[in-house]
Unconditional design. Structure first.
Length: 436
């Protein structure tokens, strides 16, 4: 985790203080359930909670010092709790194994982190929708392979991003449900030394569901899917970021990141206004995706458990969620303040002498009785002249002067095929599909 790319609410989920508080709640709730079943004294369970309230925050340095000797983090924690609690602490961790605490805690942290990410996506969706309607009918050139294709609108570009992140929200909500499971099932998941009702009680208290079958760990396919989902969201962030970076190129300059007063673009060239935020988002997306492969490799553990997954998750749990949280917030800010230049979009649309209307002429010729092969040849030979002139020539003028073309289509009919509005006639339909 790097402070430069972190936001405090997400960071707080992954602090040692938060982790140990969750560990305590898991242990104390399990003891409460044991007391209800008559396995431990009720007053002992009550004393565990009371001692915690009286003692206040855990002493992180003390826990670390104990771990330095025991080489075991959960034992170090339980030892520290015993020091704070007294003899009643002997009733903690009855029939449980370390993974019961670790995995259930990780589930709580990932669920809380997901709630923040879902809120991030909601804010992004709100901004994308507002800007999409703002530029619903702002014509711009669509590009395939980076080359002018046919007209679209800038609002459609943003509506496409909205639909993509709406899908991502659905995926993330499903990933949250999948990851938020509790395992309090004992050493190899058989409940030999702890009643399954303890697990159900803890799950309810911690806002989780019961893991149907665990070994000594919650199955890691759940975690793999979770981090894969974060990777997909990161890729969607990058897709939008790359689009903005291309649109900000000097030769294009149809949209641009907001450039604040006093901002500097280059230490050497005072004229520079660089797409630094979206370039940063591209890099952050690479990092989030980088955590997916280790999560996938964590699925294959030895028998009922090994700890090859543990070191991985200590990295990727905090880093992936903190980085994605920052990236979503940054993208929301970029879209919110994005500078859009409709006049430049129109200029670029007009740059190639009407080539963007070539398909309409092709189709009109076929409907007038010309074979598709001949129609393509007629349009292409005129279009290539415009292309080679760098737009100095007009496709419409050349078509009007081509006798093979005018034998099928009149000048008036040709002019009708160069109407920009024709390409926008279904924008409302698309917006209705996206926004309802």
């Amino acid at each position: 985790m790097i402070p430069r790319y972190s936001r405090p609410d997400m960071v707080a989920i992954w602090t040692p203080e938060t982790k140990f508080e969750i560990w305590f709640e898991i242990e104390a709730h399990a003891t409460d359930a044991l007391a209800q079943l008559g396995v431990v004294p009720k007053d002992a369970a009550e004393r565990i909670w009371a001692a915690h309230r009286e003692a206040g925050p855990f002493d992180i340095e003390r826990i670390d010092a104990i771990e330095a000797e025991t080489k075991h983090d959960v034992i170090a924690f339980l030892t520290h709790v015993s020091e704070r609690t007294g003899p009643e602490a002997r009733f903690l961790h009855q029939g449980m194994t370390s993974s019961d605490v670790l995995d259930t805690c990780l589930a709580v942290q990932l669920a809380r982190a997901t709630d923040l990410l879902l809120a991030d996506i909601d804010k992004l969706l709100e901004v994308l929708k507002r800007r999409a309607y703002e530029h619903k009918l702002t014509p711009t050139i669509g590009r395939s392979h980076g080359i002018h294709a046919e007209p679209v609108t800038f609002g459609l570009k943003l509506a496409e991003a909205y639909a993509e992140f709406a899908r991502n929200r659905t995926r993330l909500a499903a990933a949250r449900a999948d990851i938020a499971t509790c395992a309090i099932s004992g050493a190899v998941g058989t409940f030999a030394n702890i009643d399954p009702r303890i697990e159900a009680y803890v799950a309810e208290k911690m806002g989780l569901t019961v893991e149907p079958v665990s070994t000594q760990v919650i199955p890691r396919d759940r975690h793999a899917m979770f981090f894969a989902t974060l990777g997909v969201i990161a890729s969607s962030i990058e897709r939008v970021a790359v689009e903005i970076r291309h649109l900000q190129r000097t030769e294009v300059l149809e949209a641009e990141e907001y450039f604040s007063p006093g901002q500097k673009g280059s230490s050497a060239m005072p004229h520079k206004r660089n797409p630094v935020l979206t370039e940063n988002l591209t890099g952050l997306a690479r990092m989030v995706r980088g955590y997916v492969t280790p999560a996938l490799e964590n699925v294959a553990l030895w028998h009922e458990r090994d700890i090859s997954h543990s070191s991985v998750e200590r990295y990727i749990g905090p880093d992936a969620t903190i980085t994605l949280d920052f990236a979503l917030a940054r993208l929301t800010g970029v879209i919110d303040k994005l500078l859009v230049y409709p006049a430049r979009m129109q200029k670029n649309l007009d740059k190639m002498g009407g080539l963007v209307h070539s398909q309409r002429v092709l189709l009109a010729l076929t409907q007038a009785g010309v074979s598709r092969e001949d129609a393509y040849r007629l349009v292409q030979r005129n279009a290539m002249k415009v292309w080679e002139s760098d737009g100095a020539l007009s496709l419409l003028d050349l078509l009007k002067a081509d006798p093979e073309v005018t034998a099928a289509l009149s000048p008036t009919e040709l002019e009708e095929k160069f109407d920009l509005g024709y390409h926008l006639k279904n924008v409302d339909t698309i917006f209705d599909r996206v926004f309802g």
